[in-house]
Write a protein that binds this ligand. Structure first.
Ligand code: GRF
Length: 197
């Protein structure tokens, strides 16, 4: 059994999808112990309260780290969290392992480093985009890639329609990665390649 914390700043649809996959039994070895939001108005907070999930509203790393330790968190999933965690936070939480994941709405390393990857993909004119789940390191959108899903860009796509189709894939992909982690199947080789056992 692993204890999970999800960090959000807004809508929280990935957070919700993960929780639904726990409730359905797909993520049977995962307990969602904590939601952290650095934004008191994040929509995802309401859902957490309705579902009796502990919520911490803070962007202060010391406060977050204390709570994460108190809750014995094994894995942190960033899901639309708009704050860059410091190297010191990563080191203190990770303790030499890879224990923080992020989801990015593009096929990394393309369209990294900002909050509108879907718009950038459309503007660039790529024919395929998608989403990436990766472990985080000290550089933004840079850590070892765990999994990716591709989404075709259609001729009449807008930022909204493309984002919606990518989001559908995000909801599936994130839980798959969490499942592999909970089964201890993810091994990071040389700080870059994730091998699935
Ligand atoms: C998602 O597109 C995620 O990839 C990106 O931010 C968005 C968060 O959406 N990092 P939600 O808050 O999970 O609905």
């Amino acid at each position: 059994m692993i204890n999970l914390a999800v960090f959000i700043s807004g809508r929280g649809s990935n957070f919700r999808a993960i929780h639904e996959n726990i409730k359905s039994g797909y993520l049977k070895d995962v307990e969602l112990k904590l939601l952290v939001s650095n934004n008191p108005h994040a929509e995802g907070i309401k859902y957490a309260c309705e579902e009796n999930i502990l919520v911490l509203i803070s962007g202060n790393e010391d406060i977050i780290l204390k709570k994460v330790k108190q809750c014995n968190i094994d894995l942190i999933c960033l899901a639309g969290f708009d704050q860059i965690l410091s190297l010191s936070f990563l080191e203190k939480f990770n303790e030499g392992k890879w224990k923080i994941m992020n989801i990015h709405p593009a096929l990394l390393p393309s369209f990294s480093g900002n909050m509108h990857a879907q718009r950038d993909a459309l503007e660039y004119g790529v024919k395929i985009s998608g989403c990436t789940v990766h472990f985080i390191d000290e550089k933004v959108d840079n850590g070892p890639i765990i999994s990716q899903a591709s989404v075709e860009v259609l001729n009449d796509d807008t930022e909204v329609t493309l984002s919606d189709r990518i989001l559908e894939q995000e909801h599936i992909l994130y839980s798959k990665a969490i499942k592999l982690f909970s089964e201890n199947k993810l091994k990071v080789i040389n700080g870059r390649h994730v091998k699935v056992d």
